[in-house]
Design a protein around this ligand. Structure first.
Ligand SMILES: Nc1ncnc2c1ncn2[C@@H]1O[C@H](COP(=O)(O)OP(=O)(O)OP(=O)(O)O)[C@@H](O)[C@H]1O
Ligand SMILES: [Mg+2]
Length: 357
């Protein structure tokens, strides 16, 4: 049995040190996790590779000194560029023939994907809580609003001779309708949406949205670029809901491009972002991506974690519900949404959608 081949193939990072804490083994997963090659790591002291006070160094030292295993469920490993990766660490001693400690092994498991999924679940919970509140509120607000709207319309009829006053009633109706729309949007977050899933041509949907956005794009000096994959298979989706998603994303992109630029719509088939990372059951291996890439202001790092929160907005007239609703709708489609952004350069939003079988 070639044990080294087994260790090399493990998905967890395995690092072994001798009694002087010199690295004697560094598997492929350790190379990926730490972004340091085995060639550069092996033969060096572990504290030359990681900071001397880091968890890995400390735990390995303790294991060598005591001959006991150590574990740390939440630790950090720094990549060469300083980026920290969340890991769990377990160390174990290796004993020689005479029973003395000869070496120590550390097994590091990358937790970043799990952390990402946890954040995703938390986000879903926040949305659900906001939705439940909305249902209660909507009930209390919609009835009086209906009464106000009706009364205003009666008033308007009485006032029809008085032009000047009719202007006020128009404002009242418009604003009542606006509040109603906000409530409708909140309810969208809350109710279990009944999707009407049918095979759809994604390019037709994108073109419908592009047409709606054309006017706004021209005003802002934004050029629409299409990079469609002509062999794209039909997707399985709910037409109205997906139009709502794409419309929101185009509006966000246009809002971000005050000084013009390009909005590139790309379609392609790709691997499911979750495939291979977790058990998807009968989950699909391939999905369709609809990508909205703008050259706008980008999203500041501090805002990035909050853009999906309901009511998080940086706009004067924004509600902060657009992305929360997009997230909800794509989740219902068993799809996903991903946002990447560089401040000053632009933002790329990718929607993952299932392929119609
Ligand atoms: N393409 C983008 N470029 C830059 N910032 C963006 C982009 N998309 C979203 N954002 C940021 O995320 C925030 C939340 O977006 P979201 O669509 O949820 O709400 P909103 O656009 O502010 O309001 P609305 O409810 O009208 O959509 C925005 O206020 C903006 O700061
Ligand atoms: Mg928006």
């Amino acid at each position: 049995m070639n044990y080294e081949a087994v260790l090399a193939g493990l998905p967890d990072a395995v690092i072994a040190v001798d009694t002087s804490l010199r690295i004697v083994f560094w598997n492929a997963a350790a190379e990926v996790l730490t972004e340091r090659s085995a060639r550069r790591a092996e033969g060096r002291l572990v504290k030359e590779v990681f900071p001397a006070e880091s968890s890995v160094v400390r735990r390995l030292g303790e294991t060598l000194a005591t001959g006991e295993s150590r574990s740390e469920p939440e630790a950090l490993v720094e990549r060469p560029d300083g980026r920290p990766v969340p890991v769990s660490i377990v160390t174990a001693p290796l004993f020689g023939r005479d029973g003395s400690v000869e070496a120590a092994v550390a097994v590091l498991r990358d937790l970043s994907r799990i952390r990402q999924l946890e954040a995703e679940v938390r986000r879903g919970e926040t949305l659900a809580a906001a939705g439940r509140m909305a249902v209660g509120l909507a009930h209390e607000i919609r009835n009086p609003l209906g009464a106000i709207r009706g009364a205003v319309q009666l008033l308007k009829r009485e006032l029809h001779a008085e032009r000047r006053l009719a202007e006020y009633t128009d404002v009242l109706v418009t604003e009542v309708d606006r509040v109603n729309r906000i409530i409708e949007m909140l309810l969208d977050l809350a109710r279990p949406v009944q999707l009407r899933l049918v095979p759809l041509n994604l390019h037709q949907l994108l073109e419908a949205v592009a047409l709606l956005g054309e006017e706004g794009a021209r005003e802002r000096n934004v050029a629409l670029v299409r990079r469609y994959d002509p062999s794209l298979p039909p997707i399985l989706g709910d037409e109205d809901r997906l139009l709502q998603v794409f419309h929101n994303l185009v509006r966000n992109a246009l809002d971000a491009m005050k000084d013009g630029g390009r909005l590139t719509l790309t379609t392609r088939v790709s691997l499911n972002p979750l495939f291979g990372k977790m058990d998807l059951g009968a989950g699909q291996q391939h999905m369709v991506e609809a990508i909205f890439a703008d050259e706008g202001a980008g999203i500041p790092a501090a805002a990035r974690a909050r853009i999906f929160d309901p009511f998080f907005t940086t706009k004067d007239k924004g509600l902060g519900l657009g992305l929360a609703i997009c997230h909800r709708i794509l989740e219902e489609h068993r799809g996903a949404i991903q946002v990447e952004s560089t401040e000053g350069r632009g933002t790329t939003v990718t929607c993952f959608l299932p392929i119609a079988k």
